[in-house]
Design a protein around this ligand. Structure first.
Ligand code: G3P
Length: 217
């Protein structure tokens, strides 16, 4: 399973990239707002830090405008993935960009039927939002499992990019049900390393090593 970091914060991306923990980056309009930077400049800098896939989202809702914006975003760097909303114009734009050899990420997916349409439109990635479904008392991970089964039934090549991932449990469950990618906020991703028994064990190893009076040289 691949790990993308869901952020517009260059410092976070740089740190995780240096640690070898991420395969790519996803952004969205809310993350651009949080970064408080012009979108082109931001995506350009992200693409300098990583050569993995970097999703940048179009802002318009009309097909022609999406096509224009997607082209501008894809011209930033070869690893840009054009992120499009799961609407009819978004799917049309997806098909056209795919025909042009560009990578796409269809976002705001909340049903298996929407995911089927994204695969029919030859999306590179489909982004089902797990946490936001959980917020409505629907198990978001069931959607990932349904899409996995459907895509496998028909050998659809669209990759399942589990989004709106908020907890370590989400990451584990996404891996168990076969998501191709999870996109995770930096803090959630870094927290995956933590385990109280690791901390406890390390504390006693450090103390015992000190008692040996040795140094490794
Ligand atoms: O990738 C989409 C993600 O950023 C949404 O996350 O936590 O705002 O639902 P959240």
């Amino acid at each position: 399973m691949k790990f993308f970091v869901d952020t517009g914060n260059i410092g976070e991306i740089r740190e995780l990239q240096e640690a070898g923990l991420i395969d790519g980056v996803t952004t969205n309009p809310s993350l651009v707002l949080k970064a408080d930077r012009p979108i082109k400049e931001l995506l350009e800098e992200i693409c300098e830090v990583t050569d993995g896939p970097v999703s940048g989202e179009v802002a318009s809702l009309e097909l022609d405008d999406m096509m224009r914006e997607g082209k501008i975003l894809s011209d930033i760097a070869p690893n840009i993935v054009i992120k499009l909303p799961l609407t009819l114009p978004g799917l049309k734009a997806c098909k056209r960009f795919t025909e042009q050899g560009l990578k796409t990420n269809v976002t705001l997916c909340f049903s298996a039927n929407q995911a089927i349409l994204a695969a029919k439109a030859s999306a590179t990635y489909i982004s089902p939002f797990v946490g936001r479904l959980d917020d409505t008392n629907i198990n978001g991970m069931d959607l990932i499992a349904d899409i996995r089964r459907i895509y496998d039934n028909y050998s659809f090549e669209t990759q399942i990019l589990a989004a709106s991932i908020r907890t370590g449990n989400h990451v584990r469950e996404a891996a168990l049900v076969g998501a191709d990618v999870v996109t995770v906020p930096a803090a959630t991703l870094k927290a995956l390393v933590k385990h109280p028994l690791t901390d406890k064990g390390l504390k006693s190893f450090v103390a015992d090593w000190k008692s040996t009076g040795q140094t490794i040289k």
